[in-house]
Design a protein around this ligand. Structure first.
Ligand code: C2O
Ligand code: CU
Length: 483
């Protein structure tokens, strides 16, 4: 069992609305509101937070506005968002608005789209919320440490007419590597994490606390917005007696469906919105279990039912979300591009098995790469990124349709993220995907081939990288230029 901190039986950390939660609100406010500029401010600081229950001490962390997760930014589709970010850290930072289709200059990539925000300095981000959905924000400067120390928060963009639910709840999942004294282990970016599965921790939190129970009521319908803010941990959530229905992936609507194998899977940076109908009996209890890593299943929390039912049966209200205004790629005319990921521990072996030409010349994922300053460990089409200012490895024609044929020629999973666009995942290992889901981050298994399709309609320099933040830091990043 990897969990070092067992939730205490006496002091229960209740996830959600009832204990200092503020991470959920009841949304439905049908009717049209005026589009408006909505202003928020974020201050990145060091602070102390209680992640694990007493008698463990609290934890020195980095956070936005003194909170982990940072404050919920919630606006409506069509609003303009303005966020003033103040850097009270001792190092440079930026904020990236993960999954948002925004102008390049607002993308928060240091040295590429903006100068990093110096300690004591400020930067104002401003953009229109074109798509509704569940998004998040985090630094793009030394993310493997800044995100790992607690800098992240939810960004929710409401539909004009969201499906009716009793509660709209956000769970920001994270995974921490804590020492015995509940301090954050400071071995960020060590060679092992860089070359294997990234920084896996020993303590899972939801909304910044080790969870214990989540209170529900019979007949209740919840829209649960899951956000994986972990550096490296993949979650595969088994809702047990409940049957969540997936209505959005990475913020984007998808045909409502039950998760395959009954597991709701989130690689780092991914989001899943589910409709959770609470069909247990009053006073019932049932478990949420994570099954992402074979042999390491663990109980995340218990759903506990109130003694009184909210209603007789779960409702049958419609759950489908309205489509986002994203240009549809034309698959018949799309230009095709191959993108091959290599490197990491045992990468050479996988490349050989897959019959690939050793790519990237002398650095092709072998020992030479491993020795390169801890950086050149992972490769995109044979190149390992150092920093964000890169020559583009792809210059897709603007406003045209493109298919990227992705090959994971490594021994590890990789959640691959494209900035500034959402793409359709159209096939896996040659088989069409059932939902042709829109995503901004696609989780690839070792040896897997995935095709994604999109219209390159957002001009600018966009990062394309693995969101296991140690892999990103060790080179697994490229630049796509849409001009
Ligand atoms: Cu969530 Cu390039 O980032
Ligand atoms: Cu990776």
């Amino acid at each position: 069992m990897f969990l070092k901190y067992k939730p205490s039986a006496t002091r229960r950390a209740v996830v959600g609305w009832s204990v200092g939660g503020v991470m959920s609100t009841t949304v439905p406010r049908p009717g049209m509101a005026e589009a408006a500029t909505r202003k928020f401010s974020l201050r990145a600081t060091a602070g102390r937070r209680r992640l694990v229950p007493e008698p463990h001490p609290d934890t020195a962390a980095w956070c936005y506005n003194g909170k982990i997760p940072g404050p919920e930014i919630r606006i409506r589709q069509g609003d303009r968002l303005q966020v003033e970010v103040t850097n009270d850290l001792a190092e440079e930072t930026t904020v990236h608005w993960h999954g948002i289709r925004l102008p390049n200059a607002m993308d928060g990539v240091p040295h590429l789209t903006q100068a990093p925000i110096a300690p004591g300095d400020r930067f104002v981000y401003e953009f229109d919320a074109v798509d509704a959905g569940t998004f998040w924000y985090h630094p793009h400067q030394r993310s493997f440490e800044q995100v790992g120390r607690g800098l992240y928060g939810p960004l929710i963009i409401e539909e004009a007419n969201p499906p009716w639910v009793d509660r709209d709840v956000i769970w920001v999942l994270d995974d921490w590597r804590l020492a015995e004294d509940a301090s954050i282990s400071d071995d960020f970016g060590n060679a092992h994490d860089l070359s294997h599965a990234g920084r896996l921790g020993n303590t899972v939190t939801i909304n910044g606390r080790v969870p214990e129970i989540f209170e529900v009521a019979s007949g209740e319908r919840i829209r649960l917005r899951l956000i994986n803010a972990a550096n490296a941990r993949i979650f595969a959530l088994d809702f047990g007696d409940h049957t969540p229905r997936i209505i959005a992936l990475d913020g984007q609507p998808v045909t409502p469906h039950n998760p395959s194998d009954g597991l709701v899977v989130l690689g780092p940076a991914m989001r899943v919105d589910v409709i959770l109908d609470c069909n247990g009996e009053p006073s019932a209890r049932s478990q949420l279990v994570d099954r992402a890593y074979r042999g390491n299943d663990f109980r995340v929390l218990d759903f506990t039912y109130a003694e009184t039912a909210l209603r007789e049966a779960t409702p049958d209200w419609p759950i489908a979300l309205p489509a986002s205004p994203i240009a549809e790629p034309d698959l018949s005319s799309a230009q095709r591009h191959e993108v091959t990921f290599t490197g990491g521990m045992m990468g050479m072996m996988v490349e050989r098995e897959m019959g690939l030409e050793p790519n990237g010349g002398m650095m092709g994922g072998g020992m030479m790469g491993m020795m390169h300053d801890g950086r050149g460990i992972w490769f995109v089409n044979g190149k390992a990124a150092q920093g964000h200012v890169l020559d583009p490895f792809l210059t897709p024609k603007r406003d045209a349709s493109h298919i990227l044929e992705l090959t994971n020629a490594t021994a590890f999973d990789h959640p691959i993220h494209l900035h500034g666009h959402s793409f359709r995942v159209i096939s896996r290992n040659g088989a069409p995907t059932p939902h042709r889901e829109w995503q901004d981050t696609v989780l690839m298994a070792p040896r897997e081939r995935v095709e994604i399709a999109f219209v390159a309609d957002n001009p600018g320099d966009w990062m394309f990288h693995c969101h296991i933040l140690e892999h990103q830091a060790a080179g697994m990043m490229g630049l796509i230029r849409v001009a």
